[in-house]
Design a protein around this ligand. Structure first.
Ligand code: UGA
Length: 449
């Protein structure tokens, strides 16, 4: 099939490359000419494991190309995937849908033959129905343009794997024809046994936000219990491990720590709250405000614990921060808890040096006042405290004794409950974490994500 992917950020670039890998002819389109030039050249403008290989395979075979013209996209595509961002509207809880509207307004009047528009961006429930009506007004006479909504569940860091081998395909559409087209698009994935769940537009939109809201709730739940652990002298890792044996609960997304960030979970719970209010059911999801509050309070707790460990003040202190990305295996720093905490300490007078194996360049752009070091040793040299804020695997393997020789004070805050704290204590470090007052068990290595 001839497929266009409009919007080539974390979602669209991966989707375009993976659609070419499935055997389609693909045109990726974005307004950012620099990004398009990089992708056309086979260079991934962000860090995503495995994407460079799939991208160069597509470009090399001629199945995948990139451009900036919606007119060209309109001429080319049988199926148009909308993958543009829907960030939080500044100053509001709701999502900013202007990029989605711009695609519909720009593309639909220019199509010359029947086609299917497929939304993948995360949108408030009801958006697709509204857009379908708008498409009806904009489509040239005699041309049939239908809209389906096919939310994306990929995780950054596992995006290629999640796109080619997803847990499920969910698609909302009004007609059997639209579902038939999508079944052709995803034929190799469906043949591999992945369920294709055909729904109406509203249910498809809601599956996505509900899934993210549930994951956010799970994280805030365990973080709230971590506070109870602190008060009661229990260990949150032990509690979560034991809870996770129950299949109904599961251990994943029960990693307590400084909480969730990124471009999805925080804005999606807020957008759902805003949409529920518009629909007159604000009270039904009011717990999501608590989920948000518990999450943001993690950052304050981390800041306070670090300040306590430093004797009550950051002024003039050297602070080493391990991790800037919102989670490991990505260079994305959008709403990163690590950067948030690092910046708060710097504002309070600390000299903060940050290390991240992939996200330092992005972090420098949004937080230029922080110091950045290329290696862990340089980051920790003469540090009064080391904060572990993003659980990259290499931090788990650090030698506390060797690191202890270069810091000024052996003082550690593990914000991700992922370090073997007994080893650090044995090496003479004063250690604090969230929900683990005296215990030392680390959480299992591979359960994140
Ligand atoms: C999330 C969802 O997991 C994807 O299914 C969804 O497609 C995506 O949003 C999206 O809407 O596009 P992602 O933002 O890549 O994916 O990141 P997650 O792996 O969900 O992690 C989110 C945050 O939660 C990170 O900051 C992570 O450190 C934190 N987290 C995760 C915890 O604090 N504890 C956990 O147990 C798990």
């Amino acid at each position: 099939m001839r497929i266009t992917v409009i919007g080539t950020g974390y979602l669209g670039a991966v989707h375009a490359a993976c659609m070419a890998d499935l055997g389609h002819e693909v045109l990726g389109v974005d307004t950012d000419a620099e990004k398009i030039a990089a992708l056309a050249d086979g260079r991934v403008p962000f860090f995503e494991p495995g994407l460079a290989e799939v991208l160069s395979r597509g470009i090399g075979s001629g199945a995948l190309r990139f451009g900036t013209s919606l007119a060209e996209a309109a001429r080319f595509g049988d199926v148009h995937f909308i993958c543009v961002g829907t960030p939080q509207l500044p100053g509001f809880q709701a999502a900013d849908l202007s990029a989605v509207h711009a695609v519909i307004n720009g593309l639909v009047p220019q199509v010359t033959r029947d086609c299917l528009m497929v939304g993948k961006s995360t949108v408030p429930v009801g958006t697709a129905a509204h857009l379908a009506a708008r498409i009806g007004q904009l489509a040239p006479g005699g041309v049939d343009v239908e809209l389906a909504w096919n939310p994306e569940f990929l995780r950054e860091g596992f995006a290629v794997e999640d796109t080619l081998r997803p847990s499920r395909l969910v698609a909302g559409a009004a007609s059997a024809g639209a579902h038939a087209t999508l079944r052709v698009v995803y034929a190799p994935i469906i043949h591999a046994g992945v369920p294709y769940i055909a729904t109406d537009l509203a249910s498809a939109e809601l599956v996505k936000v509900s899934a993210n809201a549930f994951l956010a709730t799970k994280i805030s739940f365990i973080n709230a219990i971590a506070d109870v652990c602190d008060a009661a002298g229990a260990d949150i890792n032990v509690v979560a491990n034991a809870m996770g044996y129950d299949d109904r609960i599961g251990r994943r997304f029960l990693a307590a720590g400084i909480g969730f960030g990124g471009g999805c979970l925080p804005k999606d719970i807020r957008a759902l709250t805003a949409r529920a209010a518009e629909l007159g059911v604000a009270d039904s999801v009011c717990f999501l405000r608590e989920v948000d509050d518990v999450n943001m309070s993690r950052r304050r707790r981390a800041f306070e614990i670090a300040r306590d460990l430093l004797g009550g003040s950051f002024t003039g202190r050297n602070v080493a921060v391990l991790g800037a990305a919102f989670k490991p295996a990505t260079d994305d720093v959008r709403d990163s808890p690590a950067l948030h905490i690092a910046t708060a300490m710097q504002v309070e007078g600390a000299r903060v040096r940050v290390h991240d194996p992939k996200a330092a360049d992005n972090a420098r752009k949004v937080s230029p006042a922080l110091g950045y070091a290329l290696d862990i040793e340089e980051t920790c040299e003469q540090a009064d405290i080391v904060l572990h804020l993003t659980e990259w695997p290499q931090y788990r393997d650090l030698d506390p004794a060797a690191l202890g020789a270069i810091v000024r004070r052996r003082c550690l805050f593990d914000g991700r409950n992922a370090l073997p704290l007994d080893r650090w204590r044995t090496a003479g470090w004063a250690v604090r974490a969230l929900g683990r007052p005296a215990q030392t068990a680390a959480r299992p290595a591979a359960e994140h994500g």
